[in-house]
Ligand binder design. Structure first.
Ligand SMILES: NC(=O)c1ccc[n+]([C@@H]2O[C@H](COP(=O)([O-])OP(=O)(O)OC[C@H]3O[C@@H](n4cnc5c(N)ncnc54)[C@H](O)[C@@H]3O)[C@@H](O)[C@H]2O)c1
Length: 396
């Protein structure tokens, strides 16, 4: 990435406003770092907390000018929309129940949008966001950040180039241990938003990490889940929200899959893993070793693929920034999503076409399909794991 396509197209960086991600938020800092890594955005405005004073203080602490450090998100959207030098793009990283209202309000005011997952808590809301994106022609980027890793992009490119043959089997796991403790959440701290189904969505584990796992295998394989047979529930005694889900999957080309996500595996950190097997070979990737993609061809020894190493394909090459062997990880993967979205946004604003390789970031349709998958898995689980339609057409 030696050039800055945003500056080439617009003569300046994109002006970014952030909603959410204030003190205590892990992901807020990831978004802001991602926006800066390739110099395609400048952070100009923020509403970082639901508490007006904390919101303004947090924005000023980031170096945002006091008159653009807002006490609440709607004031930010209204004021920035009215400024001649207002924000171009709004990034939303608030609790899940507010994504819908802020995304719709941002689109209605002409902002391009970057939004964290899940897109919304309900399928109806997700469809409305998608419809508004299509009506307005604005860019909507959903930060399923695992799709930004160079070796995940390499896997997608290898599948697209036919190196695996026809995909037959797909396995995905997202295993964490952060909620293995029976005393989590701390009863003295009230109910955190994630544990409240109205705020966090119908399923804690599916909203938090199930949507990531679903999106990841769709991204790598270009296949859609058409049916799911699932159990979604809690494994920690007494817990009122879901902390694990297991499912078998049927894909639109006839491939079969397995899906396993939990936040209650004691001691496990952030184990995102997939294996995709086709008629000519298999690919395996583990997020905790993100620079290694293992390719097992049917007719020769396994190969270890690395960022920018031999056999790197163009989609992966553009996702890697530094000299071979220097580890790249979460920050860089997240930044790849932001940088590609920036290229698409700048191209839209300059009435140009973006580089086709910059168009692989997750969007509103991916968000709809993620919420649909959660819906179908939960419906299946309520029917004791019955095979359940997961397509948009088959929605009941
Ligand atoms: N992409 C990922 O890997 C990833 C990882 C973690 C969280 N997330 C997503 O990010 C979002 C936030 O999660 P989190 O872990 O940061 O939550 P959090 O509770 O740790 O932080 C939320 C932040 O948003 C602020 N906030 C709350 N309501 C607000 C409002 N109305 N206006 C402005 N600011 C508000 C809070 O003050 C806080 O700073 C969720 O949608 C979650 O699913 C994504």
């Amino acid at each position: 990435m030696d050039t800055n396509p945003v500056i080439e197209m617009l003569g300046r960086r994109l002006r970014l406003a952030v909603i959410g991600g204030g003190p205590g938020s892990f992901i807020g800092a990831m978004h802001r770092t991602a926006a800066r890594l390739d110099d395609r955005y400048e952070l100009v405005a923020g509403a970082l907390s639901s508490n007006p004073e904390r919101s303004r203080d947090a924005a000023i602490a980031l170096g945002i000018e006091p008159d653009r450090a807002y006490g609440d998100a709607m004031t930010l959207l209204d004021t920035e929309a009215a400024r001649s030098d207002g924000a171009d793009v709004v990034a939303i990283m608030t609790p899940n129940d507010s994504h819908y209202a802020y995304a719709m309000a941002a689109l209605d005011r002409g902002f391009d949008v970057i939004c964290d997952k899940p897109i919304t808590n309900t399928l109806d809301e997700a469809h409305e966001v998608l419809a508004r994106v299509e009506e307005t022609g604005l860019v909507f980027c959903l930060t399923h950040n695992y799709t930004g890793y160079p070796m995940v992009r390499q896997a997608r490119a290898m599948v697209q180039d036919g190196l695996l043959g026809e995909i037959r089997l797909v396995q995905v796991e997202y295993v964490q241990g952060g909620k293995a403790d029976e005393n989590d959440p701390d009863p003295d701290q009230g109910v955190p938003w994630r544990y409240d189904p109205v705020r966090g969505g119908p399923s804690l584990v599916m909203g938090d990490i199930g949507t990531h796992a679903h999106n990841l295998v769709r991204f790598v394989t270009d296949l859609e889940v058409v049916e799911v047979a699932a159990e979604v529930g809690h494994i920690v005694p007494g817990r009122l929200v879901d902390d694990y889900a297991g499912a078998l999957l049927r894909f639109d080309n006839g491939a079969r899959g397995s899906f396993w996500v939990t936040q209650a595996a004691a001691g496990v950190e952030n184990s995102v893993w997939f294996r995709v097997s086709g008629t000519r070979g298999s690919l395996e990737w583990l997020q905790e070793r993100p620079t290694r993609l293992i390719f097992k061809p049917i007719d020769r020894p396994a190969e270890l693929l690395t960022p920018d190493g031999p056999a790197t394909l163009p989609l992966s090459a553009r996702a890697s920034r530094i000299v071979r062997g220097h580890p790249e990880g979460f920050h860089e993967g997240f930044a790849n999503i932001y940088s590609d979205a920036a290229e698409a946004i700048a191209a839209r604003r300059a009435d140009l076409e973006p580089d086709p390789l910059a168009t692989h970031f997750p969007d509103a349709l991916d968000g709809v399909l993620g919420v649909r998958f959660v819906d179908a898995a939960m419906t299946s689980s309520r029917s004791n794991g019955a095979w359940t339609d997961a397509t948009l057409d088959g929605r009941t």
